[in-house]
Design a protein around this ligand. Structure first.
Ligand SMILES: Cc1ncc(COP(=O)(O)O)c(C=O)c1O
Length: 370
């Protein structure tokens, strides 16, 4: 009988995620499963919480990986914090800001938005004016907008909200592990990420952290969290304290993978990891520009881990991606929404951000485009 797994090729993952996975993480994923209440597994859980706190620069007790992909982290933040008619402001400059708006609206929040041109960052002064006009329970923004390659001014928006009772909610799916996040200093109250970007794990877990302010909002809800699976007040009984209570069966081996991926980042040193991302981003941009290509985003707002490149006039962008995948075993991403057909999205996430990968892609693009 054919086994489809035998046909899986070694693809260089240079798209918007998933990213390349280190062999040590694959080895970790293949270790024997143990029980989700085994005291040894609880030690691994505690180590993951501590490592996530280090990477996020936070003291928050409620810092855990949610079961599910990045979107489960997004849902978890909103579903635990939003009650019907709560005023929420979502800052939008790409697909994932739009997804936040959708999630908050489905929960019955009164959602206002501030929208910015795709490929440009959120403008801090516009946020300042908006929050002076109306009080919001939550202000939400995406740190690294994967659909465009734009870095949003998360620290500056946090500074506007300091001292207020507004909850500051940040999407760090693409940024965590690839650029600095200073959760406590930046005044972030709720944050979520995903394993398959700069943490260089396969998809499957969503690191999440809540400040005391966010926990208080959860504890003081007038109504029950309307989703049993994502209710953090229930989930914390499994992740905290001397006696751990079953909530759902934790995806054991994914936690092994995340544990190992975090170890790799902490061993290299987070600052070195961020510098490596930035260095190979500059190398890639230099190489792309030498090929006559231009970047979508202005230099000051470019993400190191997600590079949006304009497709030159007359080039069939899908054909280029398909040749790269078929003949060169390299995956890059297409544009989304208004940028479909107009850009390629080249990821340099986590373990992918290495010289050999930059060189291999530039060589393949050169052979293909000209
Ligand atoms: C910024 C951002 N937020 C949220 C998500 C959703 O994560 P997932 O696809 O893992 O559910 C993604 C995925 O690409 C993302 O890039």
């Amino acid at each position: 009988m054919e086994n489809l797994l035998d046909g899986i090729e070694d693809i260089l993952l240079m798209g918007p995620g998933p990213s390349c996975v280190h062999d040590k993480v694959y080895e970790a994923l293949g270790k024997k499963s143990i029980g989700h209440l085994d005291p040894y597994f609880i030690r691994i859980m505690d180590a993951i919480k501590a490592d996530l706190r280090t990477l996020l620069n936070t003291e928050n007790t409620l810092t855990i990986p949610m079961s599910g992909t990045g979107s489960s982290g997004m849902e978890a933040c909103f579903v635990n914090l939003v009650e019907k008619d709560d005023p929420v402001l979502v800052l939008i400059n790409g697909v994932f800001g739009m997804r936040m708006q959708d999630v908050a609206q489905r929960l019955g929040a009164t959602v206002d938005t501030l929208e910015f041109e795709w490929g440009t960052p959120v403008v801090v002064d516009a946020v300042k004016t908006k929050i002076a006009q109306k009080h919001y329970k939550i202000v939400a923004v995406v740190h690294a907008e994967t659909s465009t390659g734009v870095k949003n001014p998360v620290a500056e928006i946090g500074a506007l909200l300091k001292g207020s009772d507004t909850i500051y909610l940040v999407d760090a799916v693409t940024s965590l592990g690839g650029m600095e996040i200073d959760m406590d200093a930046w005044g972030i109250d709720a944050i979520y990420s995903g394993t398959q970007k700069c943490l260089s794990c396969p998809p499957g877990l969503a690191p999440l952290s809540f400040s005391n302010k966010a926990v208080a909002a959860l504890e003081n809800r007038k109504t029950k969290v309307p989703n049993w699976y994502l209710d953090l007040s229930l989930i914390m009984k499994y992740w905290k304290g001397a006696t751990r209570a079953y909530h759902h069966t934790a995806p054991i081996n994914m936690h092994y993978g995340l544990y190992q991926a975090l170890q790799l980042i902490l061993e290299e040193g987070p600052d070195n990891v961020y510098r490596r991302h930035l260095h190979f981003h500059h190398e890639l941009v230099k190489g792309l520009e030498a090929l006559g290509l231009s970047m979508l985003v202005a230099p000051a707002s470019r993400l190191p881990m997600l590079n949006s490149v304009r497709v030159p006039e007359g080039v069939d962008e899908a054909a280029v991606r398909s040749t790269l995948l078929r003949e060169y075993k390299i995956e890059i991403g297409a544009g989304l929404g208004p940028l479909a057909g107009k850009i390629w999205r080249i990821g340099l996430m986590g373990h992918t951000a290495r010289q050999e990968n930059v060189t291999r892609l530039l060589t393949a693009l050169k052979a293909n485009l000209f």
